[in-house]
Structures are given as structure tokens and as C-alpha cells.
Design a protein around this ligand. Structure first.
Ligand code: ADP
Ligand code: MG
Length: 221
């Protein structure tokens, strides 16, 4: 499904070099979920971005659904992301000016999938968005906006969802609710989840936990 082989990445800032990832190996199977833990600045987002083909590693290979990313054209990569991947970020990244429904259906429409099916009905109901569909996203509360972001990430039935601190802007009890909903829907659609979080409690929702420290991954219980 997702395979990272010997991924290294460093950033250069003038004279100094910051080695963020050191020959990292990671496999995420179909329908599996993992949480990547680690302190702020440890390279979690960098690893997620490389895994999703949004950032380029210095060395090593990433493959998604059997396709090696480094030999895909920009267009092939964009198509792969559009059809098979879903993203949820801390800052929601919804499309302002559009209502909840148009945000939810955005990626489905790019993929020429129909506006409605059992799955879109199910996520609308599970995330309790039915009454909000006509509202513009910018007037919603942060908890509502993040429910829309999760719906949008899942609506096109992706194979892998990448979520970078998806509950980072929500208070504790809302974080638990939103995470539980996301994991439930991910499980129901048999999709894989790559979750980045610095929060152990959120990481308890996934099948596996990995700690990123000094550029290396460590399996946690
Ligand atoms: N584009 C970049 N240019 C230079 N340094 C970067 C860049 N992106 C990330 N970094 C640095 O790499 C380190 C890891 O960042 P990041 O992956 O965002 O960590 P985390 O998500 O674990 O907080 C940080 O020290 C950050 O400042
Ligand atoms: Mg980060």
C-alpha cells in the first residue's frame, strides 16, 4: 500500500545542515492505521509530506499502491493524489466562499464521481453535517470545520488518508470525538490512515504507534 525505503532528508540553512530523517523504513498495509509521534520539530510533517509525494526526499524510495513516486510525472502524481489519497490538516484548509456541500464534494467532482451515493450519505450522517450543508464554511465553528475537512478527505473513498495534527486546533473532548469519528469512517471504508500527532491520547486510536526521534523511527507499544 505505502512503502518507504531508506528515506533520508536534511534541510540547509546557510552554513548549518539539519538532518531530519535518517534512512527511515516504513510500511503501511491496506486498511491499517498508524500514528507517528514525536516532539515538535522532529520531522513528523516532513515524513508525512514525503510519504504523500508532496515533498521530495534526498535519498530513498516511496511507493504508493505499487507505484514508485520518483518515476511518476507531475501529472501522474497529481492524479494519484486526487483519486487515491485524502488529506486532513491542522488548519482545515477548506475552500472559503463555498458551502459545506461543495467542500465535501470537491474532490469527488474532480474525479467525476457522482454527487451522491450511500457513502456520501453515510459520512454526512456520521459527521452530523446534514443541517450544515448549505452553510458557508467560514461561518462554522472549528469543530464543525474539522468535521467538514474529514468528510472532504474521505468522500471520494481514498485508499490512504494522511492526517497531520488533525485535532491540533480543537479542545480535548472535541479532539476525542473528532478522532473517533475519523477512525470509525476510515475503518468502515477499509482505507489506511497515516496520522501525525504529538498527542499520545490521539495515537491510542490507531493500530500502531511509531516515535520519530533524532531522525529514526521507534515502534511503541
Ligand atoms: N522547508 C524547510 N526548510 C528548512 N527547514 C525546514 C523546512 N521544513 C521543515 N524544516 C525544519 O525541519 C524540522 C522538522 O520539521 P517538521 O517536519 O515540520 O517537524 P514536526 O512536524 O515534527 O514538528 C524543523 O526543525 C523545521 O524547522
Ligand atoms: Mg508538524
Amino acid at each position: 500500500m505505502l512503502e518507504l525505503k531508506s528515506i533520508s532528508k536534511s534541510f540547509h540553512d546557510g552554513e548549518s545542515e539539519l538532518l531530519v530523517l535518517r534512512e527511515v523504513d516504513l510500511t503501511l498495509g491496506s486498511g491499517q492505521s498508524l500514528a507517528l509521534l514525536g516532539a515538535s520539530g522532529n520531522g513528523k510533517s516532513t515524513l508525512l509530506q514525503i510519504a504523500a509525494g508532496l515533498e521530495i526526499q534526498d535519498s530513498g524510495e516511496v511507493s504508493i499502491l505499487g507505484r514508485t513516486l520518483s518515476i511518476q510525472s507531475e501529472r501522474e502524481l497529481a492524479m494519484l493524489r486526487r483519486r487515491h489519497l485524502g488529506f486532513v490538516f491542522q488548519q482545515f484548509n477548506l475552500l472559503p466562499g463555498l458551502n459545506v456541500r461543495d467542500n465535501l464534494l470537491f474532490q469527488r467532482r474532480l474525479n467525476r464521481q457522482s454527487d451522491r451515493d450511500e457513502w456520501t450519505d453515510e459520512i454526512t450522517e456520521a459527521l452530523d453535517l446534514g443541517a450544515l450543508l448549505k452553510r458557508r464554511v467560514e461561518v462554522l465553528s472549528s469543530g464543525q470545520q474539522q468535521r467538514v475537512a474529514i468528510a472532504r478527505a474521505l468522500a471520494h473513498k481514498p485508499q490512504i488518508v494522511f492526517a497531520d495534527e488533525p485535532t491540533g486546533n480543537l479542545h480535548d473532548s472535541l479532539s476525542r470525538q473528532v478522532m473517533a469519528l475519523m477512525v470509525k469512517l476510515v475503518t468502515e471504508s477499509a482505507c489506511s490512515l497515516f496520522l501525525v500527532t504529538h498527542n499520545r491520547e490521539m495515537a491510542a486510536f490507531t493500530d500502531r504507534r511509531l516515535l520519530l526521534k533524532e531522525g529514526c523511527l521507534h515502534e511503541l507499544p
